[in-house]
Design a protein around this ligand. Structure first.
Ligand SMILES: O=c1ccn([C@@H]2O[C@H](COP(=O)(O)OP(=O)(O)O[C@H]3O[C@H](CO)[C@@H](O)[C@H](O)[C@H]3O)[C@@H](O)[C@H]2O)c(=O)[nH]1
Ligand SMILES: [Mn+2]
Length: 741
């Protein structure tokens, strides 16, 4: 498969890189000055009673500086990539692909969305006999099984239709909802066919609805419950139907619901993916795997070919574990007030890491080399007992592992699928199969953390694998993301709990990464994400202590006339303006930039804080690990507010009360600072830093003030919460003041 013409090209963004390095050096020096001031100058002047507060402030500044330093590693070598799929080898030489789709909860993840993802995966532009789609149903529901069966039937119409007319929007729901036909120009025949398919699609949706109402259809013999057996059903095989109706072949589709038993841990998504790895191993054993969450459909049929431009490029292929596409979302509004798009990751950080040894694994939208998940110490001459210790006891599965490792051409496709093979597949999907094996520890997706993607990617990089980030202008995949405050923060709490779990473990990225000889900058990127929940500490401290001190007339920052004041002003402006530059340079606006500050503050106070708390409780055994899937069913009213850029404060009290309390506290201290200090005391210059800090916090969080005072709609902050928060902030002030005076 040697190609002479290039398959991919990588462009280094030199200018951004230079700006970034200059800024990093200058900013670092200013940070040193700041720490010097706090540690030497400031410490020598304060009273003993103030020492605990001084310590909190100093620790906060230290954490902020440390995180800033780690964060700066991201964009030392930003790159972007382009591909030339026209230079790929002919279709019959392309490697097969298994597509994994996961779902976990039929209520939060309605079947229609799930099967749309499945159908979009079946319609990718790739030889159909080389694609097998697997759906993992962790929710184990009859209606999902029925929906998948129906989807196969509809797929027999949908996939050939997409192929024939070169449809790009290959997710049926997206296709029929769109106002334009996305470059399809097929004339009258196309329009007729389109109308026909649309009718069939409506019919299909009706059937799903009915099935859901009846809890599945009556003809199914499958029974699900909290303790349940494995269900594996080959819904359709490649080529099936091809002879009957003369239409094009379509990929195979397999439904897998693994065994669940409340007495065995099932390890959430990572566990589900490992079952799929094994089951697909004995069914199709394709060397590449596309991973999709059920809320993320394929939006460009050519993504597989684009990914192959990297996987088949002999220059990078041997060490390449995965090609990561960005997660992009169809339900993002223009203002994206919750930063649901995770813009900074996908436009700034991942391209930067791509210039090092590669972006992090991001859970979905990636093409993974199967062999990479099977570990690096595995080789073809290993004896059987050793292999069994790693991969479990199924001989049948071990054979497939050996095939994968040896890079032998797999004879692909579901051939005769004998009953004994199904038996074996059920055996390897059972909840006891992984006992006494290395699954989740060394092999497959790893169980150590609930952010299985981050952790698995990290260990792959530690083992010497690389990855590539590819962000084509047409989004290869489109998903739905959280569009209300509650879901965003609950999801953020789960992520951050998983991240800090890694930080506090023996896999702490800076130590474990460096020990594994991962390049320092890449280690820093991983360490940044794992340490990100620590922002909660400075966020809480700086929203309370300087304000408290302001009310008690104690200066925290140098006075305006002092030369040290310039250090703080410089750091403040430098941080803000550099981030503005980064945002604008990657296609954002001033508004995006301002939003991201707010979201960062909100998350630091809530999601990062609760995530850290959750991880600590887990560490000491007070809480069990959990993975609450995000809600994919939207509340129309909430969605409307999101689209209009209006914050929706209908969220758990646990999330809202701290935010409102801190904003109230800052309102009090700011008011006092301006009126009290300036007019009555004339100490404005000494305390200016603190007054300004409160002012900045209030400016950034203006929507919260609005939600408390000016709005009366359903999404505003309930009066009860406001009153409780006022009470809490006075308590904070009262007790805090006892200690300072
Ligand atoms: O026990 C479980 C729990 C979840 N899932 C599936 O995992 C996927 C991701 O879950 P979702 O609720 O959408 O979580 P998000 O927070 O949106 O997911 C992000 O974060 C996860 C890590 O926490 C990554 O795995 C995801 O790819 C990434 O999109 C979904 O398809 C779920 O059906 C399972 O299969 N089994
Ligand atoms: Mn999701």
């Amino acid at each position: 498969m040697e190609t002479l013409r290039p398959l991919q090209k990588c462009r280094v963004h030199k200018f951004s890189s230079i700006i970034h390095r200059i800024h990093t050096s200058v900013h670092s020096i200013a940070i040193l000055f700041m720490l010097y001031y706090r540690l030497i100058i400031n410490l020598s002047k304060i009273q003993i009673s103030f020492l605990p507060y001084w310590f909190l402030i100093f620790t906060s500044e230290l954490i902020l500086s440390f995180l800033w330093l780690l964060n700066s590693a991201h964009i030392f070598f930003p790159v972007s990539r382009s591909v030339f799929p026209e230079n790929l080898p002919p279709d019959d030489e392309l490697p097969p692909i298994d597509v994994f789709v996961c779902t976990a909860d039929p209520i939060k993840e309605p079947a229609l969305g799930v099967v749309n993802t499945v159908l979009s995966a079946m319609a990718i532009d790739y030889p159909p006999e080389k694609v097998s789609v697997y759906l993992s149903d962790d929710g184990g529901s009859v209606s999902m099984l029925c929906a998948v069966r129906e989807a196969w039937r509809f797929g027999e119409l949908w996939v050939p239709f997409c192929r024939e007319y070169g449809v790009k929007r290959i997710c049926p729901e997206a296709f029929f909802q769109a106002v334009d036909d996305d470059e399809v120009n097929g004339g009258k025949k196309y329009l007729l066919e389109r109308e026909h398919i649309q009718k069939e699609y409506e019919e299909f949706k009706e059937q799903l609805k009915r099935a859901q109402e009846n809890g599945g259809t009556k003809d199914t013999t499958v029974h699900f419950g909290p303790n349940r057996d494995t269900v594996i059903e080959i819904i359709g095989q490649r080529g099936y139907g091809a002879k009957d109706n003369g239409k094009a072949k379509i990929p195979s589709l397999v439904y897998v619901s693994r065994e669940k038993n409340t007495s065995h841990p099932h390890h959430f998504k990572a566990g589900a993916l490992n079952v799929l790895l094994r089951v697909s191993g004995i069914i199709s054993n394709s060397p590449y795997i596309l991973m999709l969450d059920c809320d993320m459909h394929s939006n460009d049929p050519s993504s597989a070919r684009q990914a192959m431009c990297f996987h088949l490029d002999p220059k990078i292929s041997p060490s390449l574990a995965f090609v990561q596409f960005p997660q992009r979302f169809h339900n993002i509004s223009k203002n994206d007030i919750y930063d649901s798009a995770l813009r900074a990751c996908f436009v700034l950080k991942w391209p930067g890491m791509d210039g090092l040894i590669g972006p992090m694994l991001s859970g979905t939208c990636f093409y993974m080399k199967r062999k990479a998940l099977y570990g690096t110490d595995i080789h073809k001459d290993m004896d059987l007992s050793k292999l069994k210790k790693c991969f479990g006891s199924s001989n049948e599965f071990l054979n497939t592992v050996i095939t994968s490792i040896n890079h032998k051409e797999n004879d692909t496709g579901i051939k005769e699928f004998a009953d004994n093979k199904i038996q074996e597949a059920r055996f390897i999907a059972s909840c006891t199969y992984e006992q006494d094996s290395q699954w989740g520890e060394q092999i497959g997706f790893l169980y150590h953390s609930v952010v299985e993607d981050y952790f698995t990617g990290f260990i792959l990089h530690c083992k010497g694998w690389k990855s590539v980030f590819h962000n084509p202008s047409r989004p290869a995949f489109l998903g739905s993301t959280t569009t209300n405050l509650n879901d965003t923060l609950v999801q953020g709490t789960r992520w951050n709990s998983g991240l800090i779990e890694v930080l506090f473990s023996r896999f702490c990225p800076l130590i474990y990464g460096l020990k594994s000889r991962m390049p320092l900058l890449e280690c820093m990127c991983y360490a940044y994400l794992a340490s990100q929940p620590l922002y909660c500490f400075p966020a809480w401290v700086l929203a309370i202590i300087p304000q408290l001190c302001l009310l008690n007339d104690i200066p925290i920052y140098p006075k305006v006339s002092s030369p040290w004041f310039i250090v703080y002003v410089f750091l403040f402006l430098s941080t803000l303006s550099k981030y503005l530059w980064d945002v604008v340079n990657t296609g954002g606006t001033m508004r995006t930039w301002w939003n991201e500050w707010r979201v960062w503050m909100i998350k630091s106070i809530t999601a990062y804080f609760y995530g850290t708390l959750d991880a600590i409780l887990k560490l000491y055994g007070f809480r069990k690990a959990s993975f609450l899937p995000t809600n994919k069913v939207v509340d129309d009213e909430q969605l409307k507010r999101y689209q209009m850029g209006i914050y929706d404060f209908q969220a758990s009290k646990m999330l809202i009360v701290p935010l409102v309390t801190l904003v109230t506290l800052n309102m009090i201290s700011f008011t006092w600072g301006v009126i009290g200090e300036e007019i009555f005391e004339g100490r404005f210059s000494d305390l200016f830093g603190q007054v300004f800090l409160s002012f900045f916090i209030l400016m950034v969080n203006y929507p919260i003030i609005e939600g408390m005072i000016l709005r009366k709609d359903k999404g505003s902050i309930p009066l009860f919460v406001t009153l409780l928060s006022i009470l809490l902030s006075f308590c904070l002030l009262f007790f805090g003041s006892i200690f300072v005076t």
